[in-house]
Design a protein around this ligand. Structure first.
Ligand SMILES: Cc1ncc(COP(=O)(O)O)c(C=O)c1O
Length: 400
């Protein structure tokens, strides 16, 4: 033993010691990136129930579906040129309907910078097997948007939910494109002002920024997408739930409340509650402001915390909804990916056991880290209260 050994041992003991638990917990510890936190004030018994137990094709049932889409249109400031409808199978269903109905008329470009974009690559390359080009970037980055060939159909996500990287705007989408711009916007819509004239297909699910339920997707089609549906028939068969044409003509009724099959009216009523909450706040601008304020509050904590960093390399592409964080190198020195993953799991389970934060572990395919949903249904005060708890959980997990 040397003279410095006792001092070093004391220091080690001190750093091993778990820090004190913060005094204040987030009032609503819901930080999942989907299904996301319900809007503040939401209660199941606050939902309108007259349409429940009734046919979705009854006058009342259909009027509620139409109302949900009308309010959505109002909040999104959707131009009259674009149709909007409810479709089966959540956001995945809405994207798949379009990929399988529209692609193949010309080559496709697929952009992928995280897990969900990768999923669309698999669809196009391995299932549809059409001529394609894949533009990829590692987690934390975007592919070169300016290298996209707009004579092809282009499939991309607005916000990469599992990497926390989003496209900064739509400036890179050509006005004179020949191909379609097909955008999976499920975790970006209602948190960004989307350039509708540049988007031919937009999809999302209520389970994200609206804090609604999964199960149904929302599909928005611009005139060029409709023109494609009427002028092109894919070489492969289409199941009933993907079909948007009838006798070669666009099936307008799907977008006027006549859903392809039976929707959950409970999910529709739940969505209406969220939409009316959003309207009451002031609509799209208010939703974007809330997400921005949440992301800024989280960023303020990241900036003053030495063990954590943003996964998104460029602040201009950093998500204001699914904010993904990684460990600083020195904070996980000596740990391989498995060790880092174990640390993430420990942090998440410590927080859950305290009811301080739920569902903060990063996505299973992403680099090990923490993901905090900052969408509009989360309160900024809860993000502010979360920081000290993340510190507590990290230091407690490390000490263990
Ligand atoms: C970008 C993106 N696309 C697709 C999906 C799949 O959505 P759903 O489960 O609503 O079909 C998700 C879900 O998190 C997502 O984040």
């Amino acid at each position: 033993m040397t003279d410095t050994a006792p001092a070093a041992a004391t220091l080690a003991a001190a750093t091993r010691e778990a820090p004190a638990k913060p005094a204040t917990k987030p009032a609503r510890p819901f930080f999942s990136s989907g299904p996301c936190a319900k809007p503040p004030g939401w209660h199941a018994d606050g939902l309108a129930s007259a349409s429940l137990g009734r046919s979705h094709r009854s006058k009342l049932g259909k009027s509620r579906i139409v109302h949900a889409m009308d309010v959505t249109r109002r909040i999104l400031k959707l131009p009259d040129t674009h149709r909007i409808g409810i479709v089966p199978a959540s956001d995945t269903g809405a994207v798949e309907m379009c990929l399988w109905s529209m692609l193949g008329a010309r080559p496709a470009t697929i952009l992928a910078w995280e897990s969900f974009g990768e999923g669309w690559v698999t669809d196009v390359v391995k299932q549809l097997k059409i001529e394609n080009k894949v533009l990829k970037a590692p987690y934390g980055e975007l592919p070169d948007l300016n290298s996209v060939d707009w004579s092809t159909d282009v499939v991309f996500t607005w916000n990469g939910t599992t990497s926390g990287v989003r496209v900064p705007n739509g400036d890179w989408i050509a006005d004179d494109r020949q191909g379609l711009a097909i955008c999976d916007a499920t975790s970006g819509i209602f948190a960004a002002d989307l350039p509708w004239d540049k988007l031919d297909v937009v999809t999302f699910s209520w389970q994200k920024v609206l804090g609604g339920e999964g199960a149904h997707g929302v599909l928005i089609l611009g005139p060029r997408a409709i023109e494609r549906l009427e002028s092109y028939t894919p070489a492969w068969p289409l199941p009933k739930i993907f079909r948007m044409t009838k006798g070669g003509k666009f099936n307008e009724s799907i977008f006027k409340g006549d859903t392809i099959n039976t929707p959950s009216m409970l999910a529709v009523e739940d969505c209406i509650w969220s939409l009316e909450w959003a309207l009451g706040l002031g609509g799209l601008t208010a939703l974007i402001d809330r997400a921005d304020a949440n992301a800024a509050a989280l960023d303020a904590w990241v900036q003053k915390t030495d063990w954590i960093e943003h996964l998104a390399v460029d602040p201009a592409t950093r998500s204001n909804t699914s904010v993904c964080l990684k460990f600083a190198d020195h904070a996980v020195e000596g740990l391989d990916d498995e060790g880092k993953l174990a640390l993430v799991k420990k942090i998440a389970s410590l927080l859950e056991a305290e009811d301080a934060a739920y569902d903060v572990a990063g996505y299973r395919d992403a680099p090990p880290g923490i993901r905090i949903w900052c969408g509009a249904t989360v309160e900024t005060a809860d993000i502010e209260a979360l920081g000290p708890w993340l510190d507590w959980a990290y230091h407690t997990a490390k000490a263990a």
